[in-house]
Ligand binder design. Structure first.
Ligand SMILES: [Zn+2]
Length: 360
């Protein structure tokens, strides 16, 4: 673990905001910590601090680069496949997301990422032909695949060779469409019209350094879309330390609308809009339903991962699904105190600052 200065202003003066005890007994951390090599590293006391000078919130101390690489080498570490408890007992539902990506994509649904494309299309124009889209931290390339189907000239990059290989095998992406490279590795003449980072910026060692590098692969009309959770969300204000995104081994930065604006400004981008995530439902009943489903998910997660005798009661629902498989399935249940994205993630839309005569 290393102590770091503020990534936004460089100050070494900060105050403790939350102290978080990460244990395997806490269902919120179970899935992330359980299957990671050296999982003892992922547990223990973590501190989240706020910079006294600029208010940036970050995990400090945090893992060193090699430790982070170790953490991300696990296939289990990244979320995104959260299920509701009724999925548990449906034998027909595939478990493929927990396997190593055998077989090609069978069905393609445009619904999953529709809200992301709605936001992108609101801020870009494809009148002059297909747009060059770059997905940084693309994982296995599901979004890249979707973008290609929609007519974008899409490329994804990811630091995990396993995920890139998986993308090639599942989605049939070629060497140009998905690459195991760093942002630095693009040639100077490769520029993109659209750069997206979905749930990436909160994980990186230095958001400032990464965002700065985007200038080199941008032209003056490039639009950047950053999805991350915000401390200005109603859910953080309501839940504070219990907020589902408080996950200090993984989430190194917790931006607010203000600190994201300052960060972009510092590295040569203007924040032009902040868009909502896919939380279309704002009603109180939705919120309550999510809380209840989250609780039931936790119940089943604990039931199947801790081998509780009470399991026998649900045996009749299990049908042909083996106990072993039930445990694996239970790990994919969303253990939050609310379910899904609910006004906690935002898409920050940015474009390079106009800099006449200067370097781009
Ligand atoms: Zn600062």
């Amino acid at each position: 673990m290393i102590e770091t200065n503020c990534d936004l202003c460089g100050s070494d003066q900060h105050s403790l905001l939350h102290e978080v005890e990460v244990t395997l007994d806490n269902p919120r951390y179970y899935r992330y910590a359980k299957h990671v090599p050296n999982s003892d590293k992922m547990t223990g006391k973590f501190s989240i601090v706020r910079c006294n000078n600029c208010s940036l919130v970050f995990t400090n101390p945090r893992f060193e680069a090699e430790e982070l690489a170790l953490v991300y080498s696990s296939d289990k570490i990244l979320g995104g496949n959260w299920k509701n408890f009724w999925y548990l007992f449906d034998a027909k539902q595939p478990d493929s997301f927990s396997k190593d990506g055998k077989g090609k994509v069978k069905s393609y649904s445009t619904e999953l990422y529709q809200w992301k494309f709605d936001i992108i299309e609101q801020h870009t124009s494809s009148e002059k032909g297909p747009l060059q889209l770059l997905d940084i931290g693309c994982g296995d390339g599901k979004f890249v695949y979707d973008a290609l189907q929609r007519g974008y000239e899409a490329t994804g990059i990811d630091l995990s060779p396993d995920r890139v290989a998986k993308g090639k095998s599942i989605y049939g992406l070629d060497d140009r469409q998905i690459r195991n490279i760093n942002v630095d590795d693009f040639s100077p003449d490769e520029k993109f019209d659209i750069i997206v980072m979905w749930d990436v910026i909160e994980h990186v060692e230095s958001p400032a350094a990464l965002l700065k590098k985007l200038r080199r692969i941008s032209h003056e009309k490039t639009m950047v879309f950053l999805l991350t959770m915000s401390l200005d969300s109603m859910t953080y204000r309501r839940f504070g330390k219990e907020w589902n995104y408080i996950n200090p081994p993984q989430h190194l930065f917790y931006f607010s609308h203000e600190t994201m604006g300052k960060m972009l400004d510092k590295v040569g981008f203007d924040l032009v809009a902040v868009e909502m995530d896919d939380s279309k439902e704002t009603g109180c009943h939705q919120f309550i339903a999510r809380v209840i489903i989250g609780r039931i998910n936790r119940f089943f997660l604990s039931l199947y991962t801790k081998e509780k005798p009470l399991r026998g009661l649900f045996k009749f629902l299990q049908g042909s699904i083996s106990d072993e498989r039930m445990k694996e399935r239970a790990e994919n249940l969303y253990p939050g105190i609310y379910l899904g994205r609910y006004h906690d993630n935002f898409v920050f839309v940015a474009k390079p600052k106009h800099n006449p005569g200067g370097q781009n």
